[in-house]
Design a protein around this ligand. Structure first.
Ligand code: ADP
Length: 445
């Protein structure tokens, strides 16, 4: 153990004086016999000084050797060299600890940035990559390790990005297509430090899609409302300006009533959609009786069909009446929409089968099968989009809003269920609501 409080100076000077004196004394003694006591005393003192100096040099060399190739254990040197070694070793250890701590902090900091859902890339003044997060690497198709220190514009050759980077005007982000061609990347650059730049990338595909959907939705709603409104305005002008007979007046009023009904249905469907989207998920402990739902749907269906179709309702097995959990009005609306569609898209004389089945896995299936016009396979994936219609005029003529199936899809999703559609053009369709087992139970006594 090195005593670092000890002052080496007096003892070191004392020891050297003592060695010098011993050398001088020995020289004098030898010189006395030879007849040159003074010269030999000086020679003895000089030899002692050289000896001490050589010893010091050897110890210094040993220390220097260790400093050149520092190993964990420093050399064990006596005296002042021991203390020098100990102090140097302590400083080195302290530095190493500081560096390790800073490195840990930097690694933590970078892994924090790396966890960001947005991409971050740091480039230097000559556009060489100094660091890149894994998200940015995937956005730009780079390798976070291999591509370090590479010039970014040699690797990312999108002209829009290259020009944006070169222009130095970073006020607004720039949008470029994603590498796979499916989506959009928004890139922003921020300058910092001396000539350094931060390239931030964000996948805005979903945001752009939602924005496009919102724009389409507003345009569709405006169009759907404007059409009956224009018709109504025309009729009002006709009523106000032309002297009509009683028969003509009644005809115009009937047509006006049809248009206002159309607007009313549209508004109530829109309200239904808004309400479903804005309300919390339906609880799984509010139960409604399937047979009561079926009864109401069948009655509404018969009212709509007015005897033009053969309407069959099957609850199987009837001796095991079931209940389903959720919001009764939503289930009613979803099932009602399917039956109303079946009636509207099935020519007179067609057959419509409304069926409830308990499945072996505990789930329940509510299906509506019709022998109607059917749907081409290419349209099926898009049927639940708002305002998507296979045949716009048939939909409107039969009082459709183009929102029915999107309401159905929303209701089913909110109740953790699935909407299955199978159809064959010219033969008919089957729309099935699958209610998950957790929301189905046998009727409680
Ligand atoms: P709409 O009010 O137009 O009926 P929906 O969202 O309910 O709107 O349905 C979307 C489209 O799906 C309809 O316009 C129609 O083309 C098609 N469709 C829905 N149900 C049926 C069905 N049972 N038979 C044939 N086509 C259907």
């Amino acid at each position: 153990m090195i005593d670092t409080n000890k002052s080496w100076l007096p003892s070191r000077i004392g020891l050297r004086l003592l060695l010098g004196s011993v050398g001088a004394g020995a020289g004098w003694w030898l010189g006395h016999n030879m007849g040159y006591p003074t010269r030999m005393a000086l020679l003895g003192a000089a030899l002692a000084a050289v000896g001490v100096s050589v010893l010091d040099t050897l110890k210094g060399h040993e220390l220097l050797d260790w400093l050149r190739n520092p190993e964990p254990d420093p050399p064990q040197l006596p005296g002042i060299w021991g203390e020098v070694t100990h102090r140097v070793h302590r400083v080195i250890r302290q530095r190493e600890q500081d560096i390790a701590r800073e490195r840990d902090r930097l690694a933590q900091f970078l892994s924090g940035i790396d966890a960001s859902p947005n991409g971050v890339m740091m480039i230097d003044g000559s556009e060489h990559i100094t660091w890149i997060s894994s998200v940015a690497a995937s956005h730009f198709g780079l390798d976070p390790v291999r591509d370090l220190a590479q010039r970014v514009t040699n690797l990312v050759r999108m002209p829009t990005f290259v020009q944006y980077l070169a222009a130095g005007e970073y006020g607004e982000p720039v949008k470029v297509p994603m590498r796979n061609g499916q989506g959009t990347l928004s890139i922003t650059v921020r300058a910092y430090g001396e000539g350094l730049r931060l390239v931030l990338s964000q996948d805005v595909t979903e945001r752009e899609r939602a924005e496009a959907m919102r724009r389409d939705f507003v345009a569709n709603v405006s169009h759907e409302i404007r059409t009956p409104l224009t018709v109504l305005t025309g009729f009002i002008e006709t009523l106000a300006s032309l002297p009509l007979t009683e028969v003509e007046r009644k005809r115009v009023l009937t047509l006006m009533a049809q248009q206002s009904d159309r607007m009313q249905t549209l508004v109530s469907d829109l309200l239904m959609l808004a309400q479903i989207e804005g309300s919390p998920r339906p609880s799984a402990d509010k139960w409604c009786q399937v047979s009561a739902l079926l009864q109401r749907i069948e009655n509404d269906g018969r009212g709509l069909s007015q005897g033009r179709h053969e309407l069959v309702s099957i609850e199987s097995p009837v001796n095991k009446p079931a209940e389903i959990a959720g919001v009764e009005s939503e289930w009613l609306s979803a099932m009602g929409n399917l039956v109303s569609n079946a009636i509207r898209y099935t020519p007179e004389g067609g057959r419509i089968e409304v069926c409830w089945r308990l499945m072996p896995d505990g789930s329940g299936e509510f299906s509506v099968k019709d022998s109607g016009i059917g749907i081409d396979a290419e349209h099926i994936p898009r049927l639940t989009e708002r305002f998507y219609r296979v045949d716009g005029s048939r939909s409107r003529d039969t009082g459709g809003t183009g929102l029915g199936l999107s309401i159905v899809k929303h209701v089913v999703q909110r109740h953790d269920g699935i909407l299955r559609i199978t159809s064959e053009k010219g033969k008919g369709s089957v729309f099935t609501l699958v209610v998950p087992a957790a929301r189905v139970r046998l009727k409680q006594a």
